[in-house]
Design a protein around this ligand. Structure first.
Ligand code: FMN
Length: 391
């Protein structure tokens, strides 16, 4: 199953380093190409000779030991399909989380644009340290796959959480990622997310409760499936694919229109405000003695409708949030908008939709065919949406 896939294994200075010998053998048995990079400290626990014999490749440690003209931290990052750091010490995790590149392994990570699995292993008190937990949370939010350690008897004599997860778990997770269908490879997919922010004056605005989680899940899954992804968002998000930050509906419209020509599919998951203030006051609006104040609102452009009119071969997908008569309203809307698919969301439910990590949607296509996706994580819903559109 893994024939010809390039697996880069980074080993750091933890007692569990010896377990990685078995992991290398598991990949080799599946005919994967394995390359190993070590920190200098890792070699206190496992020998270079062993790792070279198992991986059938030279093991690199120092980025300045180069014979070729091609810097290894870049060429290794380009060549590998996946990187696994196991065991990952508290030290290396913290360096990666803070962008420190002071050895070959951390420099590769910094230049690596494909999936990275991190399997931490350390003493349970180190694991509980809030600084280490903050660094792991940061990496998890940045889409690094963290395989949590197990609890049990630790080599340092303590009993607790910190033991490297089983190499079977690491192998299975890596295989799952490597075998994932790359059916969006070569496709340029543009996704919008978040609620737009419409200024009233320098300190006030109109917006909505959209968290941007559904759009982000779609972008992450499209990226996992091999697409060239652009996320146009009002949210503060960091990813290793292209992110364009916008604020208002007008800014979002301009950004989407710019991307339209070169894209294969546009998914409008953002909650775009229907109206904006007609005039944005340059100064903060002062409180007066009047009990009422009026702000004139004007209609925002209907981005979904406009791009559906302008499109050539692109697949255009819209989202509609409804609090009543979900299906009837969605069926009317897809005709009005002229898009290819509409994903209907019931926002009256508290257990799905806005801010939740879960969703339950109905996909409606332009011919009126419907597919209901039961309640699932937004990532699972995103997977099913792409499988419906491109399946
Ligand atoms: C015997 C021994 C075992 C160690 N095991 C671990 C470990 O399992 N996890 C960890 O985070 N650090 C462990 N350390 C500490 C690391 O080796 C140390 O933090 C080192 O700076 C890590 O360097 P590296 O991240 O560049 O490999 C151990 C140290 C010793 C001496």
């Amino acid at each position: 199953m893994l024939k010809g896939r390039n697996v880069l294994i980074g080993i750091t200075g933890g007692i569990a380093a010896y377990k990685i010998c078995e992991l290398i053998r598991m990949f080799k048995r599946q005919n994967a190409n394995v390359r190993v990079v070590c920190t200098e400290n890792a070699l206190n626990f496992v020998t270079k000779l062993t790792l070279e014999n198992l991986s059938k490749n030279p093991v690199s440690i120092n980025e300045f030991d180069v014979e070729k003209f091609n810097p290894e931290h870049i060429s290794y990052a380009d060549e590998a399909d996946i990187m696994i750091i196991a065991p990952a010490t508290a030290n290396t995790i913290s360096k990666i989380a803070n962008g420190i590149c002071d050895n070959l392994l951390t420099s590769i990570v910094c230049a690596f644009k494909k999936p990275i699995i991190i399997a931490p292993a350390m003493n349970c008190n180190m694991w509980d340290n809030p600084i280490i937990q903050d660094n792991l949370n940061k990496l998890s939010k940045l889409n690094y796959k963290i395989l949590e350690p197990e609890s049990g008897y630790l080599a340092c004599g303590y009993e607790g959480k910190g033991r490297l997860c089983s190499v079977d778990v690491i192998f299975e997770e890596a295989s799952k990622i490597l075998n994932q269908k790359q059916f969006l490879s070569g496709k340029k997919i543009v996704i919008t997310s978040g609620g737009t922010i419409e200024d009233i004056d320098p300190v006030r605005y109109i917006s909505n409760y959209s968290s941007g989680k559904m759009g982000l899940a779609l972008a992450d899954i499209a990226n996992e499936y091999g697409a060239d992804v652009t996320l146009i968002t009002t949210c503060d998000t960091k990813r290793n694919y292209q992110i364009i930050n916008v604020k208002s509906a007008i800014e979002m419209k301009n950004a989407v229109e710019k991307e339209l020509e070169n894209s294969d599919c546009i998914i409008m998951a953002a909650a775009v405000a229907d109206y904006r203030a007609k005039n944005i006051s340059e100064q903060k609006i002062k409180k007066t003695d009047d009990d009422e104040i009026s702000i004139t609102l004007v209609k925002n452009p209907d981005i979904l409708k406009e791009i559906s009119n302008k499109k050539t071969s692109q697949i255009i997908v819209g989202f509609c949030a409804e609090s009543e008569n979900l299906i009837e309203n969605a069926k009317t809307k897809i005709l009005q908008k002229g898009c290819d698919y509409l994903i209907a969301n019931d926002i009256s439910r508290k257990d799905i939709g806005f801010s939740s990590d879960y969703n339950e949607v109905t996909i409606i296509d332009k011919h009126g065919c419907m597919k209901k996706l039961s309640r699932a994580s937004k990532s699972d819903i995103a997977r099913q949406i792409f499988e419906t559109i491109y399946g």
